[in-house]
Design a protein around this ligand. Structure first.
Ligand code: ADP
Ligand code: ZN
Ligand code: MG
Length: 486
């Protein structure tokens, strides 16, 4: 079979750092960028004879994500030791959940092109602790070349691992899933979701199979994916590699591969370890984790309206197109900003969404959009759109004003007064301007009356020019037609 006769199957495993003050099993602070090995204690350093104590807040945050994705929360879940040796793992094992994870099932919906939601099913969400960080290329003179150092500040940081079913059908979908998962964990304030700081990390599992068949092919797990774009790129490469291999009569080896940023390719890291290699067993120092109905219900009650529900509500109650409603719900602060603008000018929610999405967001970097850091108060945009809606200024003038409003911090009314921008809507005055343009343009009038009515635009332009851009274009249009069609 040719290489393009294969289709990809993808499942993602995302590690997400929970937004707690302290670590999962000790009171050390969770810090980013602190001097190495300054946020550590005997528990997270794995000294003998110490006991872990579970951080209740971490469980609550994990529950927020589990409930927001519609998972079934297990009343009883179990922490197990995952044993392996690595220098950044001082205890020689990682405390994780294996046989009995905190939550199972659930889904993260993707939005299809037609606006309908398509669920990506989750297999499980479990709690675990992070490892430390090895530093292999150390720039300091007093460290012999070739040595590696270990920073254990991160060891013991609370994580959840969110594992999908093999439900993703393309690198694009994998990318979308990550964007929507990040929005969700931020939305419920469980994580800050920054991939740059490592609070979201993704391993991608991918196999290919003959298009249209049901059985799964042999999968490869790709690691070292430092951005959503890398996930997409690594998957594209891996799908092409596996399809070519099969097309040439080869077989895919089940293994873990590393993504290499420079070349955009993957290379083998290790052959697949089996679960038994880790010798999982329940951690005898930690009891069963019991999440009773009261705990679960109180977390559920504290969740905000979720993003897709909010987008549907905005679409239904304000008449926004579904796609615009999703864009407005890019983040909770952004949706709050938008709803504050609507509250200040309730008669035109669509206009406000258009101005927010196409004019305001275009001016600011993505990080600010995500964080809802809009350089204008929502009431200010409401004030501007109100002046367009009541005919005081044209949309064109409003665009110019928007920049000035951001720079000066002044409101639309103040700037309109300052700059004498009030739109000319005096019918008598405009009628004069229209007559004089028509009188001095006999050729164009003949063209228009000859049937090329699209030349009306030229006339509008002339009248606007004659009035310093202030004429109300809708009114000019009407007056021109009255004269020309007479
Ligand atoms: P492992 O035993 O390697 O941990 P799992 O069955 O637990 O494998 O699955 C890990 C991830 O890989 C999940 O996200 C799952 O959806 C995905 N996955 C499993 N099998 C395949 C496959 N054949 N092709 C693509 N992804 C797969
Ligand atoms: Zn500690
Ligand atoms: Mg597994």
């Amino acid at each position: 079979m040719p290489a393009d006769a294969y289709e990809p199957v993808i499942g993602l495993e995302v590690h997400c750092q929970l937004r707690t003050r302290t670590k999962l099993f000790c009171p050390c602070p969770v810090v980013f960028g602190a001097p190495a090995n300054t946020a550590v204690c005997p528990v997270c350093l794995g000294y003998p004879g110490v006991l872990p104590v579970l951080n209740r807040e971490a469980v609550s945050l994990a529950l927020r994500v589990a409930l927001a994705t519609g998972c079934t929360v297990r009343e009883r879940s179990v922490f197990e030791r995952k044993n392996y040796f690595y220098p950044d793992l001082p205890k020689g094992y990682q405390i994780s959940q294996y046989q009995r994870p905190l939550a199972v099932g659930g889904a993260v919906p993707l939005v299809r092109a037609d606006g309908a939601l398509r669920p990506v099913r989750l297999e499980r969400i479990h709690l675990e602790e992070d490892a430390g960080k090895s530093m292999h290329e150390v720039p300091w003179d007093d460290v012999p070349t070739g040595s590696s150092l270990v920073d254990l500040n991160r060891a013991g940081t609370p994580l959840i691992e969110i594992v999908t079913e093999p439900d993703l059908a393309s690198p694009e979908e994998a990318y979308d899933y990550l964007v929507r998962l990040r929005r969700l964990v931020r939305w419920v304030e469980a994580s800050d979701g920054n991939m740059e700081e490592g609070s979201l990390r993704c391993d991608a599992n991918v196999s290919v199979r003959p298009r249209g068949t049901a059985a799964l092919g042999t999968k490869v797990e790709v690691k070292n994916l430092n951005s959503f774009a890398h996930v997409r790129k690594a998957l594209e490469h891996e799908i092409a590699r596996q399809s070519d291999l099969l097309a040439r009569g080869g077989t895919v080896v089940q293994e873990t591969r590393l993504f290499e940023t420079g070349s955009g390719t993957t290379r083998p890291m290790r052959s697949k370890e089996e679960a038994m290699d880790y010798r999982y067993f329940p951690d005898p120092d930690l009891g069963v984790l019991v999440v009773d109905d009261a705990w679960r219900d109180s977390v559920a009650a504290s969740l905000p309206e979720l993003p897709d529900a909010r987008a549907s509500r905005l679409a239904a109650s304000l008449g926004l197109p579904a796609a615009d409603a999703q864009l407005v719900c890019l983040s909770r602060p952004l949706a709050d900003w938008y709803e504050a603008a609507v509250a200040a000018h309730p008669s035109n929610p669509k206009g406000l969404a258009n101005w927010l999405l196409s004019e305001l967001l275009a001016r600011i970097p993505d990080a600010d959009r995500q964080a809802g850091r809009i350089p204008l108060a929502p009431e200010r945009l409401a004030g501007l759109v109100a002046r367009i809606d009541d005919g005081t200024i044209s949309g064109k003038i409003a665009k110019e004003l928007l920049g000035a409003m951001i720079e000066s911090g002044k409101g639309a009314d103040e700037l309109i007064a300052e700059r004498g921008l009030v739109q000319l809507s005096d019918e008598g005055l405009l009628r004069e301007a229209v007559s004089s343009v028509v009188a001095r343009s006999p050729e164009q009038v003949a063209t228009y009356r000859g049937g090329k009515t699209a030349t009306i635009g030229w006339f509008v332009g002339q009248v606007l020019k004659a009035t310093g851009g202030k004429a109300n274009p809708a009114l000019v249009n009407r007056l021109l037609r009255e004269v020309l069609d007479a």
